[in-house]
Unconditional design. Structure first.
Length: 271
């Protein structure tokens, strides 16, 4: 099925509003997750969908980006996570200036040093790959005792299910930040480099379960996951995010890796 775009569309009730870096109030129910398996190239443009964000801890969580080619033709949309803690997103279409194995403008490395270029860690790539496998229907993708609830199926009420979905999104974001050096343990307390404490949050056990699962898997490389680095028109670097590339790289010296996302199906939330 090479060259065929596959969509994961999870229909749930409710829509999550609010802007990035603003705490989002709980609404009636879980949020729909949409992910198209597409290749993002240098020169493409991405647009942050501010109407859809799952999670609120330290401005992180599951984000949705709409993707356009260099001519403005719509390619699809992806669900993804932040790589760096301090970088921002802005509204409108922003050009991609780098796609590769590292976040440009960095943030912090695993030693806590501020860096201008920060390589993606294999554990972060593994976690994102498993997240996409989960969306494709493999709910046991992470191999954890407690099955994640990214779809928001767990809870007695719509609000309970909304909170469950949000906790799991926060947890996976924090785990990725941990491996990227954006979060760390300080005397047994997991916190971000900007001082937000995760250890006193309801999702901390989930975050630590993700960290343990990635460490147990012991991945040796980032596979086909890349960091997509957008840049505002005036040159200001923006938030790098993760994508699983789906096409063979073109011979232009770009650090693009590719493969199709296998076994992606059309899923519907069970009521």
């Amino acid at each position: 099925m090479e060259g065929v775009m596959k969509r994961i569309s999870l229909f749930t009730t409710g829509l999550l509003g609010g802007m990035l870096l603003i705490v989002t109030p709980a609404l009636a129910g879980p949020v729909a997750i949409v992910h198209d398996s597409i290749t993002i190239n240098v020169g493409d443009k991405v647009e942050y969908d501010y109407t859809v964000k799952i999670g609120e801890f330290a401005g992180g969580g599951i984000f949705r980006y709409k993707v356009y080619d260099s001519n403005g033709v719509y390619k699809g949309q992806i669900s993804t996570f932040c790589v760096e803690l301090a970088d921002k997103v802005v509204l409108g279409q922003q050009p991609i200036f780098n796609v590769g194995p590292e976040a440009i403008t960095g943030g912090w490395d695993t030693a806590g040093n501020v860096v201008t270029s920060d390589p993606l860690r294999p554990q972060s790539a593994w976690l994102y790959t498993k997240f996409l496998e989960y969306l494709a229907g493999n709910l046991q993708a992470f191999g954890m005792t407690t099955v994640p609830d990214f779809f928001g199926n767990v809870g007695a009420t719509d609000n309970d299910r909304f909170l469950s979905q949000r906790y799991w999104a926060n947890a996976l974001q924090v785990a990725i930040w941990y491996f990227e050096g954006e979060a760390y343990y300080d005397n047994g307390v997991l916190k971000t480099r900007t001082g937000a404490v995760a250890s006193n949050k309801p999702f901390i056990t989930y975050a630590e379960a993700f960290i343990a699962a990635a460490n147990d898997a012991n991945p040796q490389d980032i596979g086909f996951v890349t960091v997509v680095n957008p840049q505002k028109v005036d040159g200001m670097p923006l938030q790098g995010f993760l994508n699983l590339q789906v096409a063979v790289p073109e011979p232009a010296g770009l650090t693009l890796l590719g493969m199709g996302l296998l076994a992606v199906g059309f899923l519907r939330r069970r009521f």
